[in-house]
Design a protein. Structure first.
Lengths: 368, 69
């Protein structure tokens, strides 16, 4: 076995580390990825994780719930250890201030220096980037835009959570913890990778064009030249008050190649709508209708297994809104079981990243 | 004046993909996610200075030079 996943619910960090290491037995990781509930002290956890795995590079983030092969859980640490049969190399960079976009460029210069190659010379099928980012600063779009401008390499990841306290989220790297930060990791895989982005929505034949927006605040004041919440309600065929209860089941999506890049409404603010993603004026979005998360995810994983032959491991960036939806429909266990046979870890995010920033997906890095 | 937006989009896609056709959908998706849908623009589209500024900024971040004319 080249990928091993373990979990602990021990709340004392010393005991948690003992538990995790005991479960890993003699496994010799090159890379350790971990996702931890906000009940753990971020700096102590990051420090102990690195000192506990001195031979490996370690990184992770705080969560709003964790996921491991077979189970969705809370108040735990989940950990994936990968050996050198899966990962031949990894370079971690920290963006310590999300307002300073030049740090993204510096990180990419560092990647080039480390791998001794220009970014556009790296094998797009072997090198993959991970991003873990503070989930409360609203900076994901600009960081992803910058990454997308700088490289054709795939970057995938999630926004850190804090168990729905909406107070402070953290990312961890090589023994330190950071807030208002992102970590970028450029992995060189031995056997390649794939990405699976799945969401459970169908587009309805209703288009909402953004005609007035404040991108920085992720606020839409007008759709189709009318107050946003009024136009959203008209599209749904409901009153504005009823429409406010439909946000989770009926978000809107930017359709790209037939797939929605979901923008989830967070709240109505007077006649405006605030989202978990930004939108630009002129964007045309489809009203969406929710479908079955468990069935859709099962089908998506089965199709990828058929396509790839075998999936060796999965890192699942799973939107907190999906987690809440699964809890509401009492289907969390059923969702967790989809991943029983595949070494998997993941967490409930405050947003997912792939090409850009989005909501209400499970966006997964699949190791071949 | 018309057609400059399509010209810049084509230039960004050409340089970023460097002839690798499998990269075209992702490159266009990145533009859609910043609010510029390549399918909406052709040679007859009026030159909107806000869109042109946004594209030139993106091109610059991508290390792509756009001719001024």
């Amino acid at each position: 076995m080249n990928i091993k996943t373990v979990i602990t619910h021990e709340q004392n960090i010393e005991k948690a580390m003992e538990d995790l290491k005991k479960q890993l037995e003699t496994f010799n990781p090159k890379l350790v990825i971990y996702f931890a509930s906000s009940i753990y002290s971020p700096q102590e956890l990051s420090d102990k994780m690195q000192s506990g795995f001195t031979q490996a590079q370690t990184f992770g983030c705080s969560t709003s719930g964790e996921l491991i092969s077979g189970t969705i859980t809370k108040n735990s640490i989940v950990l994936m250890a990968l050996n050198d049969k899966i990962i031949s190399d990894a370079k971690i960079e920290v963006i310590e201030n999300l307002s300073e976009l030049d740090q993204v460029k510096s990180a990419f210069v560092s990647f080039e220096n480390y791998y001794k190659a220009k970014l556009n010379e790296l094998d797009l099928d072997k090198y993959v980037g991970l991003i873990l980012i503070d989930g409360l600063r609203g900076k994901e779009e600009r960081i992803m835009e910058k990454i997308g401008a700088l490289t054709n390499l795939t970057f995938v990841g999630g926004s850190a959570g804090d168990d729905l306290k909406f107070s402070q989220t953290y990312v961890f790297a090589n023994g330190k913890s950071y807030t208002n930060a992102a970590i970028l990791i450029l992995l060189k895989t031995n056997n390649g990778f794939d990405i699976l982005k799945t969401q459970s929505f169908n587009p309805l034949n209703k288009i909402l064009k953004v005609t007035k927006a404040n991108e920085a605040k992720r606020e839409v004041m007008e759709f189709n030249n009318n107050p946003a919440i009024v136009e959203y309600a008209i599209a749904l065929g409901k009153s504005t008050e009823e429409a406010k209860n439909s946000f989770m089941h009926n978000p809107i999506g930017l359709m790209i190649d037939g797939q929605p890049y979901v923008r989830s409404p967070q709240q109505a603010k007077d006649n405006s709508m605030v989202f978990y993603c930004n939108m630009s004026e002129g964007m045309e979005l489809s009203l969406l209708e929710g479908t079955d998360i468990v069935n859709d995810t099962k089908k998506a994983i089965a199709a990828k297994e058929l396509e790839l032959g075998k999936i060796t491991g999965i890192i699942n960036f799973h939107c907190i809104l999906r987690t809440l939806g699964l809890e509401d429909s009492n289907k969390s266990d059923e969702y967790g079981k989809i991943f029983t046979a595949i070494p998997t870890i993941g967490f409930s995010t405050y947003g997912e990243q792939y090409i850009g920033h989005m909501n209400q997906t499970s966006t997964m890095l699949l190791f071949k | 004046m018309a057609g400059k937006i399509k010209m810049i989009i084509d230039r960004i896609v050409e340089v970023k993909t460097n002839g690798v056709t499998s990269l075209v959908p992702m490159t266009k998706a990145k533009l859609i996610l910043i609010g510029i849908n390549p399918l909406k623009y052709d040679e007859t589209t009026a030159d909107d200075p806000d869109i042109i500024d946004k594209l030139i900024k993106y091109a610059k971040e991508s290390g792509i030079e756009i001719a001024s004319k």
